[in-house]
Design a binder for this molecule. Structure first.
Ligand code: OAD
Length: 247
């Protein structure tokens, strides 16, 4: 990560009236949440087809629930890191500032960000497969929880492979990407659609793209600035450089 790249990122943000941040699992990595496709990521140990599809849940709900109970338990023990807090501060600095995340851990909210679009749902939400009953929180609901309203099976409130994203969230994310002056893409491998194409949308509508990721991704080629660094260090460095521009 060069000083030049940091300065360029700060200049782009300083000149922007509208900023859209798109985050993936790498954003949460420094809080201790494992990513999916890195060398020691979740999908190197587990098969998503057995754990994160509607078919898997229909076949073996207890197995799927065991995995989500474990992830919910872990979530109760983690905290947002300094990078999450930098993004929450920037929301106060830029009038039109929104975070679009593929993460289901709620860490952006917990760090103080208010305008957050969650594309893949939330781990701390459980919903009924039969009615509109929903429970918010990380309480352990047991190995095969059922709805107290209609008796049907409850499921994790996340989006699985093969499922539609919440339409409102997706439309709002696309609108934000098309509208922004700067899109900041942080910690995503850029391979899961439709989130991966938000950077293309920003670029197509004239926005600049800044990417923070220690590894190159399909998004790196279209990025105006690529910061090859972990997100905490990069966000703090940009924040300091932006502060110097304003003083
Ligand atoms: P991935 O695990 O595919 O990618 C994580 C990215 O974060 C990689 O490009 C890493 O290089 C980068 N990374 C790792 N540590 C980082 C750090 N400290 N700072 C910045 N970047 C870092 O995760 P996603 O792209 O978010 O969906 O995955 C997208 C979706 O695939 C997830 O939401 C999940 C998964 O399957 C569903 O389960 C539906």
């Amino acid at each position: 990560m060069t000083g030049e790249a940091i300065a360029r990122a700060a200049e782009l943000l300083d000149g922007a009236d509208s900023v859209c941040v798109s985050t993936g699992a790498g954003m949460s990595a420094e809080s201790g949440v494992p990513t999916f496709r890195d060398e020691d990521g979740l999908w190197s140990k587990f098969n998503p087809e057995e754990l994160a599809t509607p078919q898997a849940f229909a076949r073996d709900p207890l197995k799927v629930w065991a995995w989500y109970r474990h992830r919910r338990q872990k979530l109760a023990q983690i905290e947002p890191h300094a990078g999450h807090k930098v993004l929450a501060d920037w929301e106060q600095r830029v009038d039109d500032f929104v975070v679009v995340t593929q993460n289901v851990d709620g860490l952006h909210h917990r760090a103080g960000s208010e305008k957050v679009i969650e594309l893949h749902g939330r781990l701390d939400v459980v919903r009924c497969t039969g009615c509109d009953y929903e429970i918010v929180g990380l309480d352990d609901l047991g190995e095969d929880p059922h709805c107290e309203q209609c008796g049907e099976r409850l499921r994790p409130g996340v989006v699985w492979f093969g499922e539609m994203l919440p339409a409102g969230a997706l439309n709002a994310a696309i609108a934000a990407a098309q509208h922004c002056d700067v899109m900041l893409v942080i910690g995503t491998s850029g391979v899961v659609q439709p989130a991966a194409s938000l950077a293309d949308a920003a670029k197509a509508y004239g926005g600049a793209v800044i990417e923070i990721n220690p590894n190159r991704t399909p998004i790196s080629a279209l990025a105006d600035v690529w910061l090859d660094s972990g997100c905490g260090a990069a966000l703090k460095a940009i924040d300091a450089a932006w502060g110097r521009l304003e003083s």
